[in-house]
Write a protein that binds this ligand. Structure first.
Ligand SMILES: NC(=O)c1ccc[n+]([C@@H]2O[C@H](COP(=O)([O-])OP(=O)(O)OC[C@H]3O[C@@H](n4cnc5c(N)ncnc54)[C@H](OP(=O)(O)O)[C@@H]3O)[C@@H](O)[C@H]2O)c1
Length: 338
C-alpha cells in the first residue's frame, strides 16, 4: 500500500513512528506492506518512489529542519501537486483544522478522492464544513474515506457504532469529547481552584493552547458532536446547528456543591436527532462519563443494546496513530474484499 502523508506535525510524525514500529507486524498479521512514497509539510515535499526513509526524515524534522530538507526534497512543492502526481493508494490528511473554511484539508481531500486515492484524516475542519459532500465524493470516486482520528483520538467510537453495533437504532450519543476542558474541570472539582488559575497551569503544561478559545468555549467539542451526528446518526448537521456553552462560567463553588451531592461537572456533547448541544452538565460520580484528567468518554444509547460506554485517550500522537493505523487496516480489508 503506497502512502502519502500531508502534514508532518505531531500526528504525521506519530504515524511515521508507528509505521516504523509496526511494519513487520502489519505484514505478518494483515498481509499489509506499506511504503510512504511522499510526505508534505507547509514548506515542501519529500518524494521517493522507493520509499521515504522515515527514520531519516524524523531526524531532520525533529532536529529543527523541514520536510523538503530531506535529500532530494522539493521546496515549495504544494500538497495538491504531490497528491495528483505521486501514484499512491492512500492519502493521510493531517494538516491543521480550520473550522470556517475547512482549508487546506478540504481541497487536499477533494483532490485526493478525484485522483482515486483512499483518504484517511484526523482533520475536523473539512468534516465540519463539508461532511456530506465528502461522503458523496468518496462514493462517486469509488474510494474509501475514514476519519476515526477526528473524534476521541484513540477511542474507536465511530467504528463501534457503525460496525459492531449495526442493527441497533442509535438514539443518542453523549460524550466528554475535549481533554483540555476535562482536565480543567477535574482539577477545579478536586482542588477547588478557580478556572483562570487552572487554565494558566494547563497552558504551562502544554495541555491547553495559548489561545484556548476553541476548547474552553466548547467549539472543539461541538465540532465532534457534528461529526458524530453526521457519521453515526446520518444527519447533515453543521456547526451552527449546535447549541454551545463553554466552561468559563463554571465556578469552584459549583463544582464543590456538585461533589457534595454526588455529582461532577463535565462538558458534555449531546447528539440526538432533535438536539445537538455542548454544555457543562452534572454527571453522577461513578457514571461512565465521569472520567478524570484529559480522558474522553462516549456513551451510546440504543434500542437493543441499551447503553454502551467507551473511555480512552482523546489526543496525543501515539494514541491518535492507533486510529490512523486502524483506518488503514480497515481500508486494506475492505479493498481486499471487493
Ligand atoms: N494532536 C492531536 O492529538 C490531534 C488529535 C486528533 C485530531 N487532531 C487534528 O489532526 C490534525 C493534525 O494535528 P497535529 O497535532 O499533527 O498538528 P500540527 O502539529 O500543527 O501539524 C500540522 C502539519 O501540517 C502541515 N501543514 C500546514 N499547512 C499545510 C499545507 N498547506 N500543506 C501541507 N502541510 C501543511 C504543518 O507544516 P509546518 O510544520 O511546515 O507548518 C505540519 O506539518 C489537526 O487538524 C488536528 O486538529 C490532532
Amino acid at each position: 500500500m503506497r502512502l502519502v502523508l500531508i502534514g508532518f506535525g505531531n500526528l504525521g510524525r506519530g504515524l511515521a513512528r508507528a509505521l516504523l514500529d509496526k511494519g513487520r507486524a502489519l505484514h505478518s498479521s494483515y498481509g499489509l506492506r506499506t511504503k510512504v512514497v511522499a510526505v508534505v509539510d507547509e514548506y515542501g515535499a519529500a518524494v521517493d518512489d522507493g520509499g521515504v526513509n522515515l527514520r531519516r526524515l524524523l531526524q531532520i524534522v525533529e532536529g529543527g529542519g523541514q520536510v523538503p530538507d530531506y535529500p532530494g526534497g522539493k521546496r515549495e512543492k504544494p500538497a495538491v501537486e504531490v497528491i495528483e502526481e505521486v501514484e499512491a493508494d492512500v492519502v493521510f490528511e493531517l494538516t491543521p483544522t480550520n473550522i470556517e473554511t475547512g482549508e487546506p484539508g478540504l481541497t487536499h481531500i477533494q483532490r485526493a478522492m478525484r485522483a482515486g486515492r483512499h483518504v484517511i484524516t484526523s482533520n475536523k475542519g473539512p468534516l465540519v464544513v463539508a461532511f456530506s459532500e465528502l461522503e458523496r465524493l468518496a462514493e462517486e470516486s469509488e474510494v474509501e474515506f475514514r476519519y476515526s482520528a477526528s473524534v476521541g483520538g484513540a477511542i474507536p467510537v465511530i467504528d463501534l457504532a457503525k460496525n459492531l453495533l449495526a442493527g441497533n437504532e442509535i438514539r443518542a450519543i453523549r460524550g466528554v469529547l475535549n481533554g483540555t476542558t476535562n482536565y480543567i474541570l477535574t482539577r477545579m472539582s478536586k482542588e477547588g481552584v478557580p478556572f483562570d488559575v487552572v487554565l494558566r497551569e494547563a497552558q504551562e503544561l502544554g495541555i491547553a493552547e495559548k489561545d484556548p478559545t476553541l476548547d474552553v468555549d466548547g467549539i472543539d467539542a461541538a465540532c465532534k458532536v457534528v461529526i458524530l451526528a453526521n457519521a453515526i446518526l446520518g444527519m447533515d448537521a453543521k456547526l451552527a446547528d449546535v447549541k454551545v456553552t463553554g466552561i468559563r462560567n463554571v465556578t469552584p463553588e459549583v463544582t464543590k456543591l456538585a461533589r457534595e451531592t454526588g455529582y461532577t461537572v463535565k462538558l458534555v456533547g449531546v447528539a440526538k436527532p432533535d438536539l445537538l448541544e455542548v454544555a457543562p452538565k452534572l454527571v453522577p460520580l461513578g457514571h461512565p462519563l465521569a472520567v478524570g484528567g484529559t480522558l474522553n468518554a462516549v456513551t451510546l444509547e440504543m434500542d437493543l443494546a441499551r447503553e454502551i460506554s467507551i473511555t480512552g485517550f482523546g489526543a496525543g500522537p501515539r494514541e491518535t496513530a492507533s486510529a490512523l493505523i486502524g483506518d488503514m487496516i480497515s481500508i486494506h480489508r475492505s479493498v481486499g474484499a471487493r
